[in-house]
Design a protein around this ligand. Structure first.
Ligand SMILES: NC(=O)c1ccc[n+]([C@@H]2O[C@H](COP(=O)([O-])OP(=O)(O)OC[C@H]3O[C@@H](n4cnc5c(N)ncnc54)[C@H](O)[C@@H]3O)[C@@H](O)[C@H]2O)c1
Length: 350
């Protein structure tokens, strides 16, 4: 039985208490939050679980084998580092850390100590995303021209990170997984309306080679909840609407063909092709349950997670570059393999 410690009992943390309590091969043995009122609420419900507002007490008493870090983003690195150094397997919520350098350090400590480092990219454990990827990487979808997503809602509003760092990790992780490579450049624009320097709405564009781009629009200052991803391929198009209860994915047999109609150079006409729209069956299991079970399986079988430290690092590298662009009037930021970020004088790829 794997002994689990939960760190952070705010909006999202209680979901891990519910999920790990329900899984057969794990038990919650300790809970930590700096807020005593939050601890008091769980003490009455879980009287046999050790609770503390001091993380050292949880990590150094042989109470847990693994920790789930569900605290604000800016605390992820220090808590994950301390936990790994205490010899514990770590599940850290997205985004993994606030710099690529910090992500690399966590990866190294986990490797040196032979520990599992797992990042909470929840959507990579979601049946709809897995199905979407399976359909769009298929030959009959053709090359992906572009992807565009919207993740909008009224709240929750953060103070420690902007909407880009808080919301876009989901879309970046999905898009990198579908495209199967990392972008060569990004640019990002946004508006900090409610709190100075904390952007409430952001639009990030990732540029891939050859000729593909992905646009992500995030906001916590929007009247309606929208969770939409469109993938446009050369031969088909797909829409994933996470707000739909059943038919979350629709594949459209629609495409545009360009046909040369003249002998003279550069003259083309377009032809619109229409066909059936299908909505594939999805065997839906709660993604958080799948994610938590995968974490347990990785520890028990000593295998690398689908959402490992490297996966977390790739997302943070995009966020870091996008944040640089955001603070440089949306200028293009090139990403290199050695993590060097280069701000250009132009706004987008030529
Ligand atoms: N995967 C998802 O879909 C999803 C959804 C929501 C939030 N999250 C992530 O979960 C994390 C927490 O989000 P939230 O909405 O629950 O935030 P929150 O602010 O509601 O809760 C954070 C909790 O952590 C506690 N805390 C802060 N510093 C601490 C420390 N040093 N030690 C122990 N406890 C500490 C706070 O007291 C609070 O109770 C964030 O990283 C967020 O990105 C992920």
């Amino acid at each position: 039985m794997l002994r689990i410690g939960i760190i952070g009992l705010g909006y999202w943390g209680p979901n891990f208490i519910r999920t790990f309590s329900d899984l057969a091969n794990s038990e919650i043995t300790a809970i930590c939050d700096v807020n005593n009122e939050r601890l008091q609420q769980v003490r009455t419900k879980l009287p046999n679980v050790f609770t503390t507002n001091n993380i050292d007490e949880m990590l150094n008493r042989d109470l847990v084998d693994a920790v789930i870090i569900v605290t604000p983003t800016k605390t992820h690195f220090s808590i994950a580092k301390q936990s790994l150094e205490a010899g514990l397997h770590v599940f850290v919520e997205k985004p993994m850390a606030t710099t690529g350098t910090d992500c690399r350090e966590l990866i190294e400590i986990a490797e040196t100590n032979d520990l599992i480092l797992f990042v909470g990219h929840l959507f990579l454990h979601n049946a709809a995303v897995k199905k979407l990827k399976q359909l769009v990487v298929n030959d009959d979808f053709g090359n992906i021209c572009y992807l565009i997503s919207q993740r909008l809602n009224l709240g929750p509003i953060r103070q420690d990170v902007n909407a880009l760092w808080d919301l876009a990790p989901h879309d970046i992780s999905i898009m990198l997984d579908i495209i199967g490579k990392t972008p060569v450049a990004v640019n990002c624009q946004g508006l900090a309306y409610l709190t100075q320097n904390v952007h409430d709405v952001c639009t990030l564009t990732m540029h891939f080679e050859p000729k593909c781009m992905a646009i992500i629009n995030v906001s916590w200052l929007n009247p309606n909840k929208t969770r939409l991803l469109t993938v446009v391929g050369e031969k088909k198009m797909a829409v994933y609407d996470d707000m739909e209860p059943l038919e979350k994915i629709k594949i459209y047999n629609k495409r545009v063909e360009t046909i040369p109609y003249s002998d003279s150079y550069g003259e083309y006409q377009t032809s619109f092709q229409y066909g059936d729209t299908i909505s594939p069956y999805l065997h839906q299991v709660e993604p958080l349950r799948v994610e938590c079970q995968h974490f347990i399986d990785c520890i028990e079988n000593h295998v690398s997670p689908k959402t490992d430290g490297l996966n977390g690092l790739k997302v943070v590298k995009v966020l870091e570059a996008a944040d640089t662009s955001l603070r440089n009037d949306g200028r293009l930021v090139r990403l290199s393999k050695d993590d060097h970020i280069n701000v250009e004088n132009k706004l987008t790829v030529a």
